[in-house]
Ligand binder design. Structure first.
Ligand code: NAD
Length: 352
């Protein structure tokens, strides 16, 4: 069997290496980002940026970043040399309605689903920082025909702990987006309740312990806000198709939360922001609300220092921040003449 993984980012590369260890057949990767491909090639991986050499592929596993209209996915589909009998599995998160457009796209190319080719949607649900590999979580699978489902079942059953099949492929599409939006709303709610606790002089951590002592309730913790790529993106996917004042309110609540932090700090201070990655335990500054907050505090007229155990001082400086390292005697120290504020990601409204 010849498998090609499309898109070698966080998800795709993890999938590519996992399959490389699991399958005796060929596993190839393709990505349009030339520098990414060069970097992986130098590390000895069999990857390419040229779709023209990818012939005779039995299984296409598609994990590109989708694009807000699904444009990256369609760009990839346009380039793929699709053989009769092949399985195309879309693992990226899709804006609702996209899988229907993929079907139209393939039918316009002359393929009949379930006989000529087999299309399935098996959205990713990995939680980096929690799961070890991208195949550790139960997966949901949907398709337009039972023959497509059968082909998908044969491929994924040995690969994942549980395969949940749904009869309407739109359910598979929506379930991933809903999963992330549900978390978004839960965090926004936690942020609001945290703010209320601070106003009332109550301990939010105590409240969480109390609430979470009942097994069907979970009041989440808070961070710098709702960051990372997936939660805000999937919220916008859902809001595009589903009018909801609740969702609109959750987005506003998240903006208000960061505004409150900035207002609370004020201006003319030295601020130490502790923890900058988009979430605890994952070394990635992309889509980080911590980065957004640090910039907003600077714009408000503060001198902002940052510290993150996942990054060296050089890495933080390279990212354009003033890195604070108390163990480095050569490091510039906070100016003792100015008012100082220390912000901790999990209790940012409890100023020290
Ligand atoms: N990262 C996560 O935690 C996570 C979890 C679940 C689902 N997802 C979803 O999985 C998908 C991929 O996420 P990611 O975090 O790996 O993204 P990423 O940005 O890390 O990587 C995406 C890769 O796709 C490549 N790409 C874009 N267009 C392409 C094309 N036409 N052909 C080939 N490659 C192309 C990009 O160059 C990039 O390397 C997204 O839909 C995302 O929402 C991500």
């Amino acid at each position: 069997m010849k498998i090609c993984v499309v898109g070698l980012g966080n998800i795709g590369f993890n999938l590519f290496t996992y399959l490389g260890q699991r399958f005796s057949g060929e596993v190839i990767g393709v990505d349009v980002n030339e520098s990414r491909v060069d970097e992986l090639r130098r590390q000895g991986y069999r990857v390419t940026s040229d779709y023209r050499g990818l012939t005779g592929i039995d299984v296409w596993l598609m994990a590109p970043s989708t694009g807000n209209q699904g444009q990256n996915l369609f760009a990839a589909l346009e380039e793929m040399i699709i053989c009769p009998g092949s399985l195309i599995s879309i693992e990226s998160t899709l804006p609702p309605g996209t899988i229907g457009r993929v079907r139209e796209f393939l039918e316009k190319k002359g393929f009949k689903l379930g006989t000529d080719i087999f299309l399935i949607h098996v959205p990713h649900r990995v939680m980096f920082g929690v799961d070890k590999t991208v195949c550790d979580t139960p997966r949901v699978m949907g398709a337009f025909t039972s023959a497509c489902l059968e082909k998908g079942r044969q491929f994924y059953t040995p690969l994942v702990p549980l395969l949940v099949e749904v009869s309407d492929v739109r359910v598979a599409e929506l379930c991933k987006v809903v999963e992330n939006v549900k978390r978004y709303v839960d965090v926004a709610f936690a942020q609001e309740i945290y703010g209320y606790c601070v106003d009332q002089g109550m301990d939010f951590d105590d409240l969480r312990l109390a609430v979470n002592s009942k097994n069907n309730v979970e009041l989440l913790g808070t961070d710098w806000g709702i960051g990372g790529e997936c939660l805000p993106k999937d919220m916008s996917f859902l809001r595009t198709v589903c009018h909801s004042t609740l969702l609109e309110g959750a987005e506003q609540a998240d903006r208000d939360y960061r505004d409150r932090i900035v207002q609370q700090v004020g201006s003319g201070k030295e601020v130490l922001v502790k923890g900058l990655s988009y979430k605890t335990g994952v070394k990635d500054l992309k889509h980080s609300r911590g980065v957004e907050l640090a910039r907003a505090l600077e714009a408000a007229g503060n001198i902002v220092w940052v510290q993150d155990p996942l990054f060296t001082s050089d890495e933080l400086r390279g990212a354009g921040f003033k890195a604070y390292d108390e163990s480095d005697p050569e490091n510039e120290k906070l100016d003792m003449t100015m008012d100082r504020v220390v912000l901790e990601r999990q209790n940012v409204l409890n100023l020290k």
